[in-house]
Design a binder for this molecule. Structure first.
Ligand SMILES: [Zn+2]
Length: 403
C-alpha cells in the first residue's frame, strides 16, 4: 500500500505544497482542450508523457499531495481510508490508453515517478518506459545491476536487501553472486542512471511533453518536461492535473479534470482503441523463470545518438542544447568519474564485468554495447540535481507559481 511505502521512507521535512484545492474545467472547456491535445499529438514527431501519482488514484492508490493524499493527511495526523494493496491494484484507463498510444506510434516514451508498477503491469514495453523513483514489482542485483520482474510487490523500500540471490548467469557460465534489492528510492537517493539518461534524451528530443497527474514538484523528474520547451523551438508542454502545478505558467495547455477522462477523449479523437487490462498480458503474472527488466546500454547509446543528431549538430534547436547550457543535466557537462573511482566503470573498462554486459543476452538485442567513454558519460556522479527531492521553496518558483 502506498501508505506503507510512504511510512517506509526516512523522515523528510519538506514534502512540497500539500492539499492545494482542486480545480475543474467546464464540460465545454474539457472537450475543446481534449480536441486540441489530440490535434497536437497527431502533429508532433516525438511525444513524451510524464506521469505521477494522479494517474493511479482511480486504481485505489492514494496520491501524495492531493486533498486526500498521503502526505496531506499525514500532516493532519490522518491516513487515507481508500488504500488498495499494490498487488491488488490494476492499471487504470490512463495506463491502458498509454499502452495503446505507444503501440499506435502516437506516444514515444513515458517517464514515470510512480513506484506502483502499473505501467509495467499494463504491459508497456520497457524500451518505452523510464521509472525514475523505482518500482515495487522490480528487484535489482547489487553486483551486476540486472533487474527482474517480481510476481508480487517488494516487502521493503529504500533499496534494501530482499534476501534472495541474483538469477543472472555470467558469460563464464557461473551464477552472479549478487543479492537482490528493492528499487524504491528513499529521499535524496540517486536516480537510476539509465532511466534518467533515457528520460533526459527523450525529453530533449520531444516536441510535445504531456504531464499527467503530477504537480511537478519533485526534482529532477518535475523539470524534465521543460526540456521540450527550453530546447525545442516549437516544443509544447501540456499539463493535465486537478491541482495547480509548479510549471503551470510555462504550459501551453492546462487541462483541469480527471486524467482518465482526458485520455479516453484523446484516444477517441485519434481513433485508438483502449484495451482492457488482462492478467494474461501482465508480466508480473507470468509463471516461469524471472523476466528481465534491465534497460540495455545499447538503447541508451541509440537515444544518445538521436539526441546528438537532433539537438547538438549546429541546428538552431540544438544550439541552446550544448554543454554550455546550464541546468539541463547535460551529460557532456557532467563531471565524469575516473574509472578507479567508480566500481561499475572499472568493470566495464577492463571487460570483467560480464554481468553488466550479459544483460544484453537476456533481452532483444538491437545494437552494440556502449563504449567505455560513452558509459562513463552516462555514469554520472551523485550530484545534487540527480537526487530525488523536493526543491526548497526559497530556491524554487513553486511557492510563487502555485500560490
Ligand atoms: Zn547479479
Amino acid at each position: 500500500m502506498s501508505c506503507n511505502y510512504a511510512e517506509g521512507l526516512s523522515p523528510y521535512h519538506d514534502k512540497g505544497k500539500l492539499g492545494l484545492a482542486e480545480k475543474f474545467d467546464s464540460r465545454e472547456e474539457v472537450n475543446a482542450k481534449i480536441q486540441k491535445l489530440a490535434k497536437w499529438i497527431s502533429e508532433s514527431k516525438h511525444v513524451v508523457v510524464h506521469t505521477g501519482a494522479g494517474i493511479s488514484t482511480s486504481a485505489g492508490i492514494p496520491d501524495f499531495r492531493g486533498p486526500k493524499g498521503v502526505w496531506t493527511l499525514e500532516a493532519k495526523g490522518e491516513k487515507p481510508n481508500i488504500n488498495v494493496s499494490f498487488n491488488d491494484a490494476v492499471p487504470t484507463k490512463t495506463h491502458m490508453a498509454l499502452v495503446a498510444l505507444v503501440k499506435a506510434g502516437k506516444v514515444h516514451f513515458v517517464v514515470s515517478q510512480n513506484i506502483d508498477g502499473l505501467h509495467l503491469r499494463s504491459s508497456l514495453p520497457r524500451i518505452n518506459l523510464a521509472e525514475l523513483h523505482g518500482n515495487m514489482f522490480i528487484e535489482q542485483c547489487n553486483q551486476c545491476d540486472s533487474q527482474y520482474i517480481r510476481k508480487s510487490a517488494t516487502t521493503t523500500v529504500g533499496q534494501k536487501c530482499l534476501g534472495t540471490n541474483c538469477p543472472n548467469i555470467r558469460l563464464n557460465g557461473r551464477p552472479c553472486r549478487g543479492r537482490m534489492h528493492d528499487t524504491i528510492l528513499d529521499w535524496e537517493h540517486n536516480l537510476p542512471e539509465k532511466d534518467l539518461a533515457l528520460s533526459d534524451f527523450h525529453s530533449c528530443v520531444a516536441d510535445l511533453s504531456i504531464c499527467l497527474g503530477t504537480t511537478l514538484q519533485i526534482v529532477p523528474s518535475g523539470n524534465l518536461p521543460l526540456h521540450t520547451k527550453k530546447h525545442g523551438e516549437c516544443g509544447r508542454v501540456v499539463i493535465c492535473n486537478l491541482q495547480p502545478t509548479k510549471h503551470d505558467k510555462k504550459a501551453d495547455l492546462i487541462i483541469n479534470t480527471y486524467v482518465d477522462e482526458v485520455m479516453e477523449g484523446v484516444c477517441k479523437h485519434l481513433g485508438v482503441l483502449i484495451p482492457e487490462y488482462t492478467a494474461s498480458l501482465d508480466p508480473s503474472k507470468q509463471s516461469g523463470p524471472p523476466v528481465p527488466w534491465t534497460i540495455l546500454q545499447s538503447e541508451v547509446k541509440r537515444m544518445r545518438k538521436v539526441y546528438e543528431d537532433l539537438c547538438c549538430k549546429g541546428s538552431k534547436r540544438g544550439k541552446k542544447n550544448t554543454s554550455e547550457n546550464k541546468g539541463r543535466g547535460d551529460y557532456k557537462s557532467t563531471k565524469l568519474k575516473k574509472p578507479e573511482e567508480n566500481d561499475k566503470s572499472n568493470k566495464v573498462v577492463d571487460g570483467t564485468n560480464v554481468d553488466v554486459k550479459s544483460e544484453d543476452k537476456l533481452l532483444p538485442k538491437t545494437d552494440t554495447n556502449m563504449s567505455t567513454e560513452e558509459y562513463q558519460k552516462i555514469d554520472v556522479d551523485g550530484s545534487p540535481s540527480k537526487k530525488i527531492k523536493v526543491e526548497k521553496d526559497e530556491d524554487s518558483p513553486v511557492k510563487d507559481e502555485i500560490e
